[in-house]
Design a protein around this ligand. Structure first.
Ligand code: ZN
Length: 145
């Protein structure tokens, strides 16, 4: 696997999200998840990772839009019977004939759950305070070149 893609995938497994911010790259995730070794690799692969994330964003954002447009929001693009070798959500062909959702649909689901969670009117103040604290414990760091 390409080193940039490998690093993106590694960080996603650690629940770390990489965000393009203008010319910069930022990451958000649990404290301590990103090691100095990760930072080193992020710096050396920065522009390639940035290009890949930008290219991926189009494919991701239409999925998020479709999921959010459904009332209530779902984590599926289409709800049709699954076919072998296709994503169960967007029906696009899957590499290696894997089952279930494709990576982009999984990432879109994570984003939808964050959005839906953030606007949940049922959340009481105490729960909201706990969530705010959790978010503030997460690091949002800039990867300087
Ligand atoms: Zn899919």
């Amino acid at each position: 696997m390409n080193p940039a893609m490998l690093l993106i995938a590694e960080l996603r497994l650690l629940d770390v999200e990489l965000v393009v911010d203008g010319e910069n790259l930022r990451y958000q995730g649990p404290k301590g998840a990103v090691t100095p070794e990760h930072i080193q690799r992020l710096k050396s692969l920065k522009s390639e990772i940035r290009d890949r994330l930008i290219a991926e964003e189009d494919a991701l954002s239409w999925r998020v839009d479709v999921m959010l447009a459904s009332d209530p929001p779902t984590f599926w693009v289409l709800q049709l019977p699954p076919k072998p070798g296709q994503c169960w959500s967007c029906q696009e062909p899957q590499p290696l004939n894997q089952d279930g959702k494709c990576t982009l649909c999984c990432l879109a689901s994570v984003r939808v759950s964050r959005i839906v969670d953030g606007i949940d009117p049922q959340v009481d103040e105490e729960t909201q305070a706990e969530r705010d604290m959790y978010i503030s414990q997460q690091a949002l760091m800039e990867i300087a070149s």
